[in-house]
Design a binder for this molecule. Structure first.
Ligand code: AMP
Ligand code: ZN
Length: 470
């Protein structure tokens, strides 16, 4: 399989250290708020990669951290503490916030058919490991104490900016966002491994350490959690593109300084989902979550389909118009699969192998899901039996995880309900559809209430809006 490696900036033959075994690490969410659908694009594309590697025969061990401490609003150790900010916003403790948003994250993942990794490790569960690694970095001369904090000394490395052509002066770590530079740092790019002199007097979570009571920086958690479960090497490390710098650059710096050898060969980064006005945000504009999409009548898996239609190395613009197109196409796909379920015939294995080979060709070419979706359409158009088509779709959807067959089966149940509905209810359903298309969501909600008053329920399911008798 050819997979783009951000470290070498080339598409490379994906190779593992041990044959047929992949040790894969994913930077997990910072659980101070709901994940936005941009975050979830990253997790979804990583999920497709994870599923495809399994499909082609790898035994995958996937590890994900949960950031419940140490992540500041600027990735370069400045700004507010994200968890503290979340806790204050909701008048709760940091651990309450962490629990609530960790659960919410996995709920969203479930709706989007994102597999839960084998290991999910909150950072607060590994403080002992962080302290040991930081102490080893101090002993080896890669870290220093200044003003009560422990910093990683980036000048001790032959090459710190391993991902390509970042220029230090362009990055100005520590002096971004109008925040004063940290006077304790020996070099501009140095980063905090352990804080004792926190600028947050009300920092909730603190632990004893050889350097005083404090808490870990964000970057150290991923290095330590990865090593705890995967050992001294990794095959694959994933994240969103913004993680390249400083987070992944710092992970590599401290891991390789600690280990004394190369740590991870392959780095997989997903480009961002943006809005028309730019970066997706949790604080400005509409906060786009899976629940928000559902409340507007979109099936979560239609959003998965939207994402899979483009390549993970291209940034993607979210608009409701684009999502509408994807949602309609998704509904049509489900309807076609539904028709296939009614037909039958025998599976033409030679024909099936031909399509599966095309599917693999697409996925082997740097996880080209857009091309894989085209193959899915080619299957539907092909001159072969329904059973052959269904067999191809089931196999391909094992990887793409669009839930096509399940949705088509649910549609069969729904049909029987809708057939019994009185004309008045069906007319309201159509009216609501039109209101939604015109983005008049208030009217759509009003019509839903009218439908309910008539004893029927509009239900959002995997394949969209369905009608049920109450
Ligand atoms: P966070 O919870 O902020 O640590 O981010 C979780 C994941 O989402 C990280 O891998 C980020 O790189 C990724 N991410 C952040 N913003 C976006 C976006 N707009 N589109 C895609 N991925 C994103
Ligand atoms: Zn990380």
């Amino acid at each position: 399989m050819l997979l783009y490696n951000s470290l070498t900036r080339k598409k490379e033959e994906f190779q593992t250290i041990e044959p047929n075994k992949v040790k894969m690490y994913t930077c997990g969410p910072t659980v101070y708020h709901y994940a936005h659908i941009g975050n979830l694009r990253t997790y979804m594309m990583e999920d497709v990669l994870d599923r495809y590697l399994r499909y082609i025969g790898y035994d995958v061990l996937r590890v994900m951290n949960i950031t419940d401490v140490g992540h500041l609003t600027s990735d370069g150790d400045t700004g507010d503490d994200k968890m503290l900010k979340g806790a204050k916003r909701e008048h709760k403790t940091v651990m309450e916030i962490a629990k609530f948003y960790t659960d919410a994250f996995f709920e969203d993942c479930k709706k989007l058919n994102i597999r839960r990794p084998e290991v999910v490790q909150p950072a607060t569960g590994c403080i002992k490991e962080f302290i040991e690694t930081i102490q080893a970095l101090l002993d080896k001369g890669y870290a220093y104490e200044a003003g009560g904090n422990i910093y990683f000394d980036t000048s001790k490395l032959e090459q710190y900016y391993v991902f390509l052509d970042f220029k230090e002066e362009d990055l100005e770590v520590g002096v971004r966002e109008g925040v004063d530079a940290d006077e304790n740092k020996r070099n501009k790019a140095d980063f905090v491994l352990w804080f004792t002199k926190s600028k947050f007097d009300d920092q909730e979570l603190k632990w004893e350490s050889p350097w005083g009571i404090g808490y870990p920086g964000w970057h150290i958690e991923c290095s330590c959690i990865s090593m705890k479960y995967c050992g001294e090497t990794l095959d694959l490390h994933c994240g969103g593109i913004d993680n390249v710098f400083p987070h992944h650059t710092n992970e590599i710096a401290q891991s390789e300084a600690y280990l004394g050898h190369e740590w991870c060969k392959h780095w997989f980064h997903v480009l961002h989902l943006n809005t028309k006005s730019g970066k997706m945000s949790k604080s400005k504009g509409e906060f786009l979550t899976v629940s928000l999409l559902e409340s507007k009548g979109y099936a979560p898996l239609a959003y998965r389909f939207f994402c899979l239609q483009s390549h993970y190395r291209k940034s993607l613009v979210f608009t409701y118009e684009n999502l509408d197109n994807a949602a309609q196409a998704y509904q049509k796909l489900v309807a076609k699969v539904h028709t296939l379920l009614q037909e039958g015939g025998a599976v033409d294995n030679a024909k099936k192998d031909e399509f599966i080979a095309k599917f693999r060709e697409a996925m082997d070419n740097d996880l080209n899901t857009a091309q894989a979706v085209t193959v899915l359409y080619d299957v539907l158009k092909a001159d072969t039996t329904a059973a052959t088509k269904l067999a191809c779709i089931e196999e391909m959807d094992g990887v793409l995880s669009l839930g096509l067959v399940d949705a088509a089966k649910a549609m069969a149940d729904e049909k029987t309900d809708a057939e019994e509905a009185p004309a008045e209810v069906l007319a309201l359903v159509e009216e609501r559809k039109a209101a939604r298309q015109a983005k008049d969501f208030a009217k759509a909600d009003e019509i839903r209430a009218q439908i309910q008053a008539l004893g029927w329920e509009i239900r959002e399911t995997r394949q969209g809006t369905l009608l049920e008798k109450k």
